[in-house]
Ligand binder design. Structure first.
Ligand SMILES: NC(=O)c1ccc[n+]([C@@H]2O[C@H](COP(=O)([O-])OP(=O)(O)OC[C@H]3O[C@@H](n4cnc5c(N)ncnc54)[C@H](O)[C@@H]3O)[C@@H](O)[C@H]2O)c1
Length: 247
């Protein structure tokens, strides 16, 4: 039987990397994103790898849209085996500059969206006897963001919230659904490229492995969490950051 995966923010960057790593393993895909052209391009790339791929064009911070989009995936594929909550935005403003709306958008996009997708998908996974959820947090959840990070405290709060959501749902949805998180470090994507170029030397000095991460680095770890068999991991957080934050 084909395995079905949803990847949010799957149009570009880390989400695209995760989608392609799952396509390599034969997953049929539903990719949710608000960027129409990049989404169409990644869908075409996945299809060229021989898997079915369905675009979900919309805003993951919109609870009602997420419920409708999730239902359309079940209608097309009949089930969802893996949910990867990856869509996220940066928030470069500090406390003195940020306003209430910007705080809300940061939390709604990076954290509430994960609640919305889990709420939509987990009942079906429980009914079918299993599933896997992978949430993308950030090294910033642990470090509070460094001098060179694109984001400040509001993003850190949302990403730390992702870790709490992951741990809480891991207990609540066990034993049939596993819920794990990945904390990427400095990954070269559209989100971070300008910052990484500006601070290249100092950021590289903070990474023991001496290079920026790639979308594929995260994609392969997400695919591991989506497929490792037997699977005795849940509520776990994997730091994929070249050793930038060793705890
Ligand atoms: N790049 C890094 O260094 C890094 C480090 C740690 C964590 N992360 C996290 O990894 C995830 C992916 O980041 P990236 O670097 O690939 O960023 P990116 O901007 O390249 O890609 C994010 C994707 O999510 C989509 N998206 C954002 N908000 C959305 C919304 N409201 N509705 C629908 N789609 C939306 C964007 O359109 C985009 O395609 C994010 O959660 C980010 O916080 C990235």
């Amino acid at each position: 039987m084909d395995k079905i995966a949803i990847v949010t923010g799957g149009a570009r960057g880390i989400g695209r990397g995760i989608a392609l790593s799952l396509a390599k393993r034969g997953f049929s895909l539903a990719l949710a994103d608000r960027l129409e052209a990049p989404l169409a391009a990644t869908i075409a790339e996945a299809e060229a790898m021989g898997v079915a791929a369905m675009p979900l064009l919309g805003d993951v911070s919109d609870y009602a849209w997420v419920q409708t989009a999730a239902a359309s995936v079940v209608q097309r594929f009949g089930r969802v085996d893996v949910l990867v909550n990856n869509a996220g935005i940066s928030q470069p403003k500090g406390l003195l500059d940020i306003d209430e709306t910007e705080w809300d958008v940061t939390i709604d996009t990076n954290l509430k969206s994960m609640f919305s997708w889990c709420k939509a998908i987990a009942p079906g996974m429980l009914a079918q006897g299993g599933g896997r959820i992978v949430n993308i947090s950030s090294v910033s959840a642990n470090t509070g963001a460094g001098f060179s990070a694109v984001s400040k405290f509001a993003y850190c709060a949302a990403k730390a919230g992702v870790l709490g959501l992951t741990r809480g749902l891991a207990k609540e949805l066990a034993p049939s659904i596993t819920v794990n998180a990945i904390c990427p470090g400095a990954i070269d994507t559209d989100l971070t490229r300008a910052m990484l170029e500006k601070h290249e030397e100092s950021v590289l000095r903070s990474i023991p492995m001496g290079r920026f991460g790639t979308a594929e680095d995260i994609g392969e770890v997400a695919a591991f969490l989506a497929t490792v068999t037997p699977n005795f991991m849940t509520g776990e957080v994997l730091d994929v950051d070249g050793g930038q934050w060793v705890n």
